[in-house]
Write a protein of this length. Sequence first.
Length: 445
Amino acid sequence: FLESRERPNLDDHPLYIYNPMLLPLNKEIMDETIIRDLTLGEEDSTVAYVAVFRLSNFANCHGPGRGVPETFRNYLGIALLDKDLNIVKDRAHGNYLNVIIDVNQDLFDANWNYCKIPKHPEFSLLKQWMQDCQLIAAHPKLSKTRNQLILLCNEYAWPVLLQREGAPTRVAPMDDGKHDKSKIYFKNKYGRGLHLTAIRHPNELLEYGKNLHFFTAGADANGPGFLEIWAAGPHTVLPVTFEGYPFVRPGVPPRPMESKAPEPNASYVTLDARRPEDTGDVLRDRDNGSACCVPIIWRDGSGHKRKLLMGVSHTKTRRGKAIKKSKMYNYVSRLYAFDPIPPFDIIARSGYFCLGFGLNKFLDNPQHDEAEQSDNDQVWGATNEYKLNVRDDFFECPRIHFVSGITEKIDDPDTVVISYGINDCYPRVLEVSKNFLVQLLLPRN
């Protein structure tokens, strides 16, 4: 692992896959044009999801910061998955429909000034800030369906066209034919069968942003669009409709909206709770967003039912000069549910939890210890060591688990698909009953 970090040729560095998210090709929500671009109109097509994930030669497989390459690269991965979450093969050629794109390099080559400003040489270095991207289906102005894909990477978003090889040529809704020079035809560094085109250049939504998530308001989730900035403390969102480009007007300062009601107590108490001997909180006191959102039915104390939106947030152990490095970068998650009507008050929150390691061998043999499931030297540390440590208590889950996607399962709205990265090293996707997640939000003694 450490030797591979020092190879002089970047193309000889192994790439690690983590932080995936899934976009379901739901015919009830998404326009048929997007679905045809990815299924080629085949009635018996098995394509059910678009997976978007991060690839990088940077990884924390053997502990945070250990073996960080001198020059690191972040890439965008895209794959088409079937209902069982397997990568789909192209019927004509037999190749898997997944590609790796060097988004940062292609933006740099296109002279997009976020990466390269000719008049300011100090900014002409290739940046690697486009990472942990998300793919969103939005509906532009005057459109009744979600027929435009938006790529969101950190605080930047731009309209894109994603098509399979062989899909008919068409014009994207936000392509007015007047900005052909703004188009960027991304090259596949690896893989084939998929083509990504930027219709316009990235639009900055905030001066700085990370862990931002798009959702639509309203009990039917067909209202205006918002971008979640903070998942708590208070719940903070920014109106962003993705109805027309630019999404945010230059020079117009953003006007975030904050929740008003006091946030509810966690449904159960975990080891992060303050103790008398504590000189400070163990965890950072404000939750970041991780993934948002799926609709749930919530029954209040009076027995009345209402629709809420449920997401996953995260926080981590504190950093500082007085804190040992071994106790930093421990991630925990929680569920939260909020009113889909502004100001989006938080209605319920779970206590903190962690998600587990990979379970391939464990599934084959229930008696097998999952901590011994991998002999691969590149990911061995992530699967066998570097466990979550809170108050010197170790748990059988990764030190870093980062939930990066949540969505309803295709054809099964009672099941939720959650995707996450493990120790910035490898990915995992799991299916879980929506009712089970709702139960975690219910108060316990």
